[in-house]
Write a protein of this length. Structure first.
Length: 115
């Protein structure tokens, strides 16, 4: 797998992460995850690379999170993955995946730790 940036072009942190990778001349693909959502298996693998559980990578302030009444829910890893796969806006961004490791780009300079 080649390196990829899980990206939302409307997000300033995501745009900053993109600029850092381009400045460092890193070869990577851009995945606009809202247009092309990650599959459940891709999300599962991504969370493993991040060393995080899905709930740690969810944007709890999104309207969808509130609309789905997810606050305080005790769900399994797989149930959270299904929810994120169906509602990709819930996924924190940006995330850089170098093929072996992944890191959340908040702050965007976090990407420097794995490039």
């Amino acid at each position: 797998m080649s390196a990829r940036l899980i990206h939302n072009p409307r997000c300033s942190k995501s745009r900053q992460a993109l600029a850092i990778l381009e400045e460092k001349k890193v070869s990577f693909d851009v995945v606009e995850y809202l247009k092309n959502p990650l599959s459940e298996s891709e999300l599962d693998e991504l969370f493993s690379k991040l060393g995080k559980e899905p709930l740690e990578v969810i944007r709890t302030k999104e309207t969808v999170f509130k609309d789905l009444n997810l606050k305080g829910q005790e769900l399994s890893r797989q149930e959270w993955i299904k929810i994120i796969a169906k509602n990709p806006i819930l996924l924190e961004r940006p995330i850089f995946d170098n093929g072996n490791q992944a890191v959340i780009g908040r702050p965007p300079e976090n990407l420097l730790s794995i490039i």
